[in-house]
Design a binder for this molecule. Structure first.
Ligand code: MRU
Length: 351
């Protein structure tokens, strides 16, 4: 992989604190913010300074290090009791991406064995979560791109790239790998109303990494498919249920319905940290509802008629039967079912 196609890192441990690229102000401004306490990181997750399921989990893992540093300074050996409020605040920041809870559980699992200052152990664990995410993305990039049978046009939704992960990306990682291997002819990206992750973030990231991209209004996707310009829709996920139902950015479900109608294949790319085996089906996945102002306004400017109300679910659920492949770092699940997902998570699936 040429490094010119993978240059962006939005989350990093820097100067003994957490550094985040502020995704609210891209692409106009590239601003890095520095965080020294967990409550501020929780607020940054809520406000979408950092967003995207794996990136939220990684930011939360580093936030646990910040919380432990403060708790140890305040309470010494009693730091485990002192850190609880920060863990609760982080867990309450956004509800849908299970990577947040997965990362907090993994960090908490280190607590019992720590003797003395918790920071070195917890920082090593947060760094491991971050590194493993990048490795998973590279592996998924290879596995996903290997599913292309010819030179293909692809459509993606939201932002699933380096900005949404530890680096490289999930769906955008497959697109990076496919582009480098010469398997992709054209990349189309939905603008992704209301927050415009596609127009603001995916387009910025792909242009920056020298991968040509064509934006479309979300409502143009069916026409794009009918015109035969894309053979695959490739998306990420915020939470995958035990039966293979997939929660992802609002609009994903509509794309899956449209893809099936037009004979376009539908790929979901997500690390196993996004799979929630505790949730039987998509019906039980908590869906975040965000501020109606995100729909009523555009770039901070009200566009809707005064008096109108708005419904703003941030995610929807695509049923497993509309999905051709779920690509994880452990392997590809084609035509997902509960039995195939269980086999993957037991580590016995054939790749
Ligand atoms: O609301 P966001 O921007 O955090 O939503 C992000 C998405 O829905 C992504 O598609 C998903 O997290 C997968 S990204 C690797």
């Amino acid at each position: 992989m040429s490094s010119s196609h993978d240059t962006i890192r939005a989350v990093s441990w820097h100067n003994d604190g957490l550094q985040l690229l502020d995704q609210r102000v891209l692409p106009a401004n590239e601003v890095f913010l520095q965080f020294e306490d967990a409550a501020a990181v929780a607020q940054a997750i809520r406000d979408m300074v950092v967003r995207g399921a794996p990136a939220i989990g990684i930011a939360a893992a580093y936030a646990v290090v910040l919380a432990a540093r403060q708790a140890y300074a305040r309470a010494g050996a009693e730091w485990r009791r002192e850190i609880e409020a920060d863990l609760q605040t982080l867990a309450a920041s956004r509800p849908t991406a299970v990577n947040l809870f997965w990362a907090l559980t993994r960090m908490r699992a280190c607590f019992a064995a720590i003797d003395g200052d918790p920071v070195p152990t917890l920082l090593a664990e947060a760094r491991a979560i971050h590194d493993e995410d990048i490795q998973a993305n590279r592996r998924m990039g290879e596995l996903g791109a290997a599913l292309f049978t010819g030179i293909t046009g692809v459509l993606t939704h939201c932002n699933t790239g380096s900005l949404a992960t530890g680096g490289y990306g999930t769906a955008l990682g497959v697109i990076r790998s496919g582009w480098v291997n010469g398997r992709i002819r054209a990349v189309y990206a939905d603008e992704t109303r209301p927050w415009l992750q596609g127009a603001r973030l995916t387009a910025w990231e792909l242009v920056r990494d020298h991968i040509p991209v064509t934006l479309l209004a979300d409502s143009a996707a069916a026409q794009l498919m009918r015109a035969g310009r894309v053979q695959w829709v490739i998306v990420g996920s915020d939470r995958i249920a035990a039966n293979g139902d997939v929660a992802n950015k609002i609009g994903t479900y509509g794309l899956a319905v449209n893809a099936r109608h037009h004979g376009v294949r539908f790929m979901v790319v997500a690390p196993t940290s996004t799979i929630d085996m505790q949730i039987a089906s998509g019906a039980d996945i908590p869906i975040e509802n965000r501020d109606p102002a995100e729909v009523l306004a555009l770039a901070g400017q009200r566009v809707a008629a005064t008096g109108a109300e708005a419904w703003n679910p941030a995610f929807d659920v695509t049923p497993a039967e509309l999905i051709d492949a779920i690509v994880t770092e452990r392997g590809v699940v084609e035509k997902p079912t509960a039995a195939k997902m269980a086999e993957l998570m037991r580590g016995t699936a054939s790749v």
